[in-house]
Design a protein around this ligand. Structure first.
Ligand code: PMP
Length: 378
């Protein structure tokens, strides 16, 4: 038995994406830059995938660039925008709950003379667009924030934040890390005043190692590497045709089902919450208005890793927070004012369209067993 409830860390590749990757490896193995038929066919696959993904982002296919994943996209956007526009200013505004691929990239720019201002959520985990507007001034080069937080599922009001920022300083550039929201919550690049947006394949049932960066038409970016000039010179390196084809196939399957999936996630979360609330040991960490597919709670008195490995013995896989922050205390829970002891016992459950009510029941049984046997051992 396997109950996989760690879909925010990564997802199982869907059948359509598997088939697309295998078929590309077996039959469309040319280099998209080659001038012969096999090269042309490989390029056609990349073009098709670009169209599929651009459709889901509501952008033009020429505004989408393929990368190796969102860590690269976030680095490329933050470093590339600040390097291309050195005269806008020396301040960067971000939040205290970013993924390390954003927070550490921003931090690293401090040594080149940037000042970083970090905005914290309120105790409910919410961010007000006004807080961003207040932090932005005539010297702000970049605002970078996430659409959905990977640990607790906070959904930031992206459109409103962008409006407030651009109203305060129209020159300030905006980057959004949309990894945990893409194809999961409604989000249109053409309705949001962002200059760059990161997405990743492996969070939406495509393989690991492929991602994308939306770059608004007319906005420039300094590339991170020199080379063969692929992706219009923005990201040199031979395109991974199988991974790109799989990314397109995963998006084509996931995006049209977004609303149905949301309804499904809400049912799962209601079921989980109703039964968790009966447990005096459990306290919710995800705010009331979090996305329905990420649920973070603490089991009082039992450290996350202990419960995680207990559940694993029954084939139930959860996260002790963010897989990317392995072993480190969660700055996200701290930013929300959650005391250390409670943060140390936090578990994150994240759903996929394949998650069933009976998976949730197995998790609840596992938690009950864990609470009674692990508390006895203390
Ligand atoms: N941003 C967020 C919010 C994430 O959750 C992740 C993955 N954990 C990343 C960026 C990095 O994505 P990738 O694994 O594709 O590099």
């Amino acid at each position: 038995m396997e109950v996989y409830l760690d879909n925010s860390a990564t997802t199982k590749v869907c059948a359509a994406a598997c088939e697309a990757a295998v078929s590309a490896m077996k039959t469309v193995y040319g280099n998209p830059s080659s001038l012969h038929r096999l090269g042309f066919e490989a390029e056609k696959l990349v073009t098709q995938s670009r169209k599929q993904i651009a459709g889901a982002l509501s952008c033009s296919p020429d505004e989408l660039y393929f990368t190796s994943g969102a860590t690269e996209s976030n680095n490329l956007a933050i470093r590339g925008l600040t390097a291309a526009y050195p005269r806008i200013g020396r301040k960067i505004v971000t939040t205290t709950i970013e993924h390390p691929s954003v927070s550490e990239t921003v931090e690293s720019l401090c040594s080149t003379g940037y000042e970083v201002i970090k905005i914290s959520p309120d105790s409910d985990g919410n961010f007000s667009p006004d807080a961003f507007a207040e932090a932005v001034d005539e010297n702000t080069a970049l605002v970078t924030f996430m659409l959905v937080n990977n640990e607790v599922g906070v959904l930031l009001p992206a459109a409103e934040i962008c409006k407030a920022v651009k109203r305060k300083n129209p020159n300030t550039l905006i980057h959004i890390d949309a990894v945990q929201g893409f194809c999961k919550v409604p989000f249109r690049s053409d309705r949001i005043l962002a200059d760059t947006i990161s997405i990743s394949g492996h969070k939406i049932y495509a393989p690991k190692g492929v991602g994308g960066l939306y770059l608004k038409k007319g906005v420039r970016l300094k590339p991170a590497q020199t080379g063969g000039g692929q992706e219009k010179g923005l990201r040199s390196g031979t395109e991974s045709v199988p991974l790109i084809a799989a990314f397109g196939a995963a998006v084509a399957e996931t995006y049209p089902n977004m609303e149905n999936n949301q309804t499904h996630y809400r049912q799962l979360r209601e079921h989980l919450k109703k039964r968790l609330m009966n447990q005096p040991e459990i306290v919710m960490n995800s705010p009331e208005n979090a996305v329905p597919y990420i649920c973070n709670f603490s089991v009082r008195g039992i450290r996350s890793e202990i419960m995680l490995h207990f559940l694993e013995q029954s084939g139930i896989y959860v996260s002790s927070g963010s897989a990317c922050a392995k072993g480190k205390p969660s700055p996200v829970l701290a930013a929300m004012g959650i005391p250390k002891e409670r943060a140390d016992s936090a578990l994150r459950i994240s759903f996929s369209p394949e998650t069933t009510i009976s998976d949730i029941d197995l998790l609840l049984d596992g938690l009950n067993n864990g609470i009674s046997s692990l508390q006895k051992m203390r």
